[in-house]
Unconditional design. Structure first.
Length: 503
């Protein structure tokens, strides 16, 4: 495995990386446009087989999230922001992905991840099952189990890994290894008694009993409460206990295999030597990991998404046949559900850093990297803010003093300012209460919840297409507008694997 992107592919990778600057002249804009076309003409697809595939999933990372995060990252460096590009936006191949499931116009994360990792569109709220299965019906799951890209990679002798900031048993990571008619059955305590009697097996148990090939080489994320018995006190927080009703400690079971390790804090993570560890499990929180903004305040310490990605790649790279790795920026979604744009964008920026790590540690001639989202959110960028205005701030424009129409458009019907970022629904809605007077100091604060139109306890997903960015072998197969299940088939084709037809 090469430590850097090969020189052969650098020009292709940087096709769209020209960075305009504030105050460019018309001639400079014109020249940069011509240069972009010239670079695009030199793009040559890599048509050989991929040794490795890395699937990055920004949970809830729709187009508006990418745009706002791009601007914020640039502004954090002191730039105007609009001209910036996140790491994966420099990839040469892009597509739009349709996210609906067989039963939902606006989907959940289970149905969308099912499509990406099984090649089949299915229902929402279930994991690893065809649409013939029924939600919550244990008997209906039998005979409807789907094969995942993780299964195929393990059968092919590849190393495999999962990295996420959510619980390892949450929908996106669990879709790779679990088969259940209810995504919420993350541990046995969450399964109704009738379902347990019918033979339902919880997601955490399915994870630890996953025996395809030689099993997962690395799994890093949160959710240790689902792996430990209810009699066990959490090692980080004495007020928290395990969740399992069956008395099993699945973290201990993981370490029974030779050269296997389990870590739960920063010190343990840092001490792991990838060259002497064959199977690594890291569970850094009882539930989800902390948002990137809050991570450094964790008492036991926890690694960032980019650090976990680096560790996983170092371990997986030891396999001469190659590897499959899924990396999820899972808490982008959670911040949006709370209408907290600051944390959603900061987690997206960290997600982009994780992609940068993967680019640095692999050779694009042998590694297919895919960056996409499972679904979008009802997250908007609105108003007529001037260029360089803080993306988390309120809508303002220098021209308002001279332009009566623009002044009217940048205020609500009662003459009050509004923020650039907002939501169509969620807990930020004011209902009948008068809108407050907004200031940049208020709206740029990390804990600020953007205003929403419809009052709801939790903001919802959005149903529009999501972006996909790709580079490496067979990346050129992503083009136009595609169904979400096509992602699986490109990965399988790139790795030279054979996928069985679904039941």
């Amino acid at each position: 495995m090469h430590s850097k992107v090969g020189a052969v592919g650098t020009a292709c990778f940087l096709i769209f990386s020209a960075t305009p600057v504030l105050g460019q002249t018309a001639k400079e804009w014109f020249r940069d446009g011509q240069a972009a076309v010239a670079r695009a003409k030199k793009t040559q697809p890599i048509t050989g087989k991929a040794r490795n595939v890395i699937l990055f999933v920004g949970d809830g990372m729709g187009v508006s999230t990418v745009t706002a995060s791009r601007i914020l990252e640039g502004q954090q460096r002191g730039e105007s922001g609009e001209e910036n590009l996140l790491s994966f936006e420099k990839f040469p191949y892009t597509a739009l992905v349709k996210t609906y499931t067989t039963d939902m116009q606006t989907p959940d994360s289970a149905g969308t991840m099912n499509a990406m990792v099984t090649g089949v569109k299915t229902k929402g709220w279930m994991l690893g099952l065809t649409a013939r299965a029924k939600f919550g019906d244990v008997a209906s799951a039998s005979g409807n189990e789907l094969t995942t890209i993780l299964d195929l990679a393990e059968r092919g002798g590849l190393a495999t890994g999962i990295v996420t900031t959510t619980r390892l048993t949450h929908a996106t990571p669990a879709a790779l290894y679990a088969h259940t008619p209810d995504r919420h059955w993350e541990d046995d305590g969450w399964i109704p008694a009738t379902a347990r009697m019918a033979g339902a097996v919880d997601v955490a148990r399915q994870f630890i009993e996953y025996d395809v090939g030689d099993g997962l080489e690395v799994a890093l994320g949160g959710g240790r409460g689902n792996f430990r018995p209810s009699s066990a006190v959490d090692p980080e927080d004495p007020a928290v206990w395990g969740h399992r009703a069956d008395g099993r400690d699945l973290t201990e079971e993981w370490t029974k295999r030779p050269r296997s390790a389990y870590v739960w804090n920063r010190a343990g993570f840092d001490a792991i030597d990838p060259s002497t560890t064959d199977h690594l499990l890291g569970l850094f929180q009882p539930s989800h990991m902390r948002y990137e903004h809050d991570r450094l305040g964790d008492s036991a310490g926890e690694p960032s998404l980019s650090e976990m990605t680096a560790k996983a790649l170092d371990l997986l790279a030891r396999n001469k046949k190659g590897f499959f790795l899924m990396v999820e920026g899972g808490r982008i979604d959670h911040a949006h559900h709370s209408t907290n744009a600051y944390r959603a964008l900061v987690d997206t920026i960290e997600f982009a850093k994780a992609v940068s790590v993967a680019v640095r540690k692999t050779d694009r001639r042998e590694t297919l990297i895919i960056v996409t989202a499972d679904h979008s959110h009802v997250f908007t960028i609105a108003g007529y803010a001037q260029r360089g205005q803080p993306i988390l701030g309120i809508v303002e424009s220098a021209d308002e003093r001279f332009n009566e129409v623009l002044h009217e458009l940048n205020h609500d019907a009662k003459g009050k300012r509004f923020s650039i970022l907002g939501y169509a629904n969620g807990p930020g809605a004011l209902c009948d209460a008068p809108r407050p007077v907004l200031t940049n100091a208020l709206t740029t604060a990390p804990d600020y919840r953007q205003e929403a139109t419809v009052r709801m306890a939790v903001e919802t997903h959005g149903g529009e297409d999501v972006p996909l960015y790709a580079d490496g072998p067979q990346a050129h197969l992503f083009r136009g507008v595609i169904e979400q299940n096509v992602i699986f088939h490109v990965m399988v084709d790139a790795l030279g694997l054979k996928a069985p037809a679904p039941p």
